[in-house]
Design a protein around this ligand. Structure first.
Ligand code: P6P
Length: 341
C-alpha cells in the first residue's frame, strides 16, 4: 500500500493507543474509552467555538465570578458543562475536578464509576474567545488511590509524576489533540470532513534550546531581582544565539506552550509581589503541561523545584511556572537560584 493511501486512511486515537497498550499499561482499553469521551467533548466545544462569532448568545460574560475570581464567559460555562456531563457518563471515573468549580465533582450514584480521576481546565485562555484567538482545554488523569473514597480530595492532591496521562486540545487554525501516556508525545488533528482526530504529529520532540520566550512583561515592575534577571537574559546577547530571543505572548498558555513545543522556547509565569505563587494552577495547568514537556524532552520547574515533584496541598493551588526547552528551563532555574548568569 502506498504512503499516499496509508496517509489518506489515517491513524485514529484508538488505533494509536492499542499500538502502545503492550508497552504502556496506562494505555489500557479503559483509558482509550476515557480519551474518546474527552474527544467527543472537544468536538462539541470546537463546533461551538468555530461559530461563536455567529451566535452572539455564546459570546460575552455570564455575569458570574468563578472560584479563581475570574469572570466566567458563556463558552467557559458551556465547556465546563460539556466535560462534566461527558466525564460523569464515561463509566471510568471515580470523581472529577474542574478549574471552574470549587470542590470535587462526584459521579452521581446512578452512573457507573471507574478507577481514574480527572482534573481539567475546560477552556484555558478564554478571555481571548471574543477576539477569535486560539484557546485550549487541558486535562490530567490519575489512577484513584486504593481505599480512598471517591469523592474525597485526597485522590487529587498528588504529585504530577503520578499522572497516567495528560494532554490538551488546542482550538486554533485547526483543532488539535496533544497527549501523552508516558510513551512520548503525540499530536492528532481533527479532520472536520470525517469528524475524526487523525495522527498528524507522532513522537513530538521539543528542541533542546529555543529562540522564543513567552512572558507577560507588564508584570515586570512586580518581579523580584532574580526574575528580572531571567527575562533580561533571554533579551540579551548572552543567549546561545548570541542575540536576544524573540518575544511571543498570546495570553493563552495552551497556544504559547504548543508553539514552543513545535519550535522550541520557554513559557514563564513567575511569582511576583502581587501573586507570590504566580497565576497558574498546579493541578490543572502546570502539572499536565510539565508531563507533556518532559515526555517531549523538555523540562518544567517552579523556579526551584521540578513541577512533577510538587505534591498539591489544595485543588486550586497556584505555582510559578517555567516550562519548555530543557536548556532554556535549566538556565532560567539556575538564574532564579542565584547562579548561571
Ligand atoms: P495574564 C489564561 O487565563 C491563563 O491562565 C493562561 O492561559 C495565560 O498564559 C495566562 O493566564 C495569561 O495571564 O496575566 O498574562 O493575562
Amino acid at each position: 500500500m502506498s504512503d499516499a493511501i496509508k496517509y489518506r486512511m489515517g491513524t485514529t486515537i484508538t488505533e494509536h493507543l492499542l499500538q502502545s497498550e503492550d508497552e504502556f499499561p496506562a494505555a489500557t482499553g479503559q483509558f482509550t474509552q476515557l480519551l474518546n469521551e474527552l474527544i467527543t467533548g472537544a468536538k462539541l466545544i470546537s463546533r461551538e467555538i468555530n461559530k461563536a462569532g455567529l451566535l452572539a448568545d455564546l459570546l460575552g460574560l455570564t455575569g458570574e465570578i468563578n472560584v479563581q475570581g475570574e469572570k466566567v464567559r458563556k463558552l467557559d460555562e458551556f465547556a465546563d458543562h460539556v466535560f462534566i456531563w461527558r466525564m460523569q457518563r464515561s463509566g471510568l471515573l471515580c470523581a472529577l475536578s474542574s478549574e471552574e468549580n470549587e470542590g470535587v465533582i462526584r459521579v452521581p450514584d446512578n452512573l457507573p464509576r471507574g478507577n481514574y480521576v480527572i482534573i481539567f481546565d475546560p477552556l484555558d485562555g478564554s478571555s481571548n474567545i471574543d477576539a477569535n484567538v486560539s484557546i485550549g482545554t487541558i486535562f490530567s488523569i490519575y489512577r484513584r488511590i486504593e481505599g480512598v473514597p471517591c469523592g474525597t480530595v485526597e485522590n487529587f492532591l498528588r504529585r504530577g509524576s503520578e499522572q497516567v496521562a495528560a494532554g490538551y486540545f488546542l482550538y486554533g487554525s485547526s483543532t488539535m489533540l496533544v497527549y501523552t501516556v508516558g510513551n512520548g508525545v503525540h499530536g492528532f488533528t481533527l479532520d472536520p470532513s470525517v469528524g475524526e482526530f487523525l495522527l498528524s504529529h507522532p513522537h513530538i520532540r521539543m528542541p533542546e534550546q529555543g529562540k522564543i520566550y513567552s512572558v507577560n512583561e507588564a508584570n515586570s515592575m512586580y518581579w523580584d531581582e532574580r526574575t528580572r534577571a531571567v527575562i533580561d537574559y533571554f533579551k540579551s546577547g548572552r543567549t546561545h544565539l548570541g542575540k536576544p530571543y524573540t518575544s511571543r505572548y498570546i495570553g493563552s498558555m495552551v497556544a504559547d506552550f504548543h508553539r514552543n513545543l513545535m519550535y522550541g522556547g520557554i513559557y514563564m509565569y513567575p511569582g511576583d509581589s502581587g501573586k507570590p505563587s504566580g497565576k497558574l494552577r498546579l493541578l490543572c495547568e502546570a502539572a499536565p503541561m510539565a508531563f507533556i514537556a518532559e515526555q517531549a524532552g523538555g523540562a518544567a520547574t517552579d523556579g526551584r523545584r521540578r513541577i512533577l515533584d510538587i505534591k498539591a496541598g489544595s485543588l486550586h493551588e497556584r505555582t510559578p511556572l517555567f516550562v519548555g526547552s530543557r536548556q532554556d528551563v535549566e538556565k532560567a532555574t539556575a538564574i532564579m537560584q542565584g547562579h548561571g548568569l
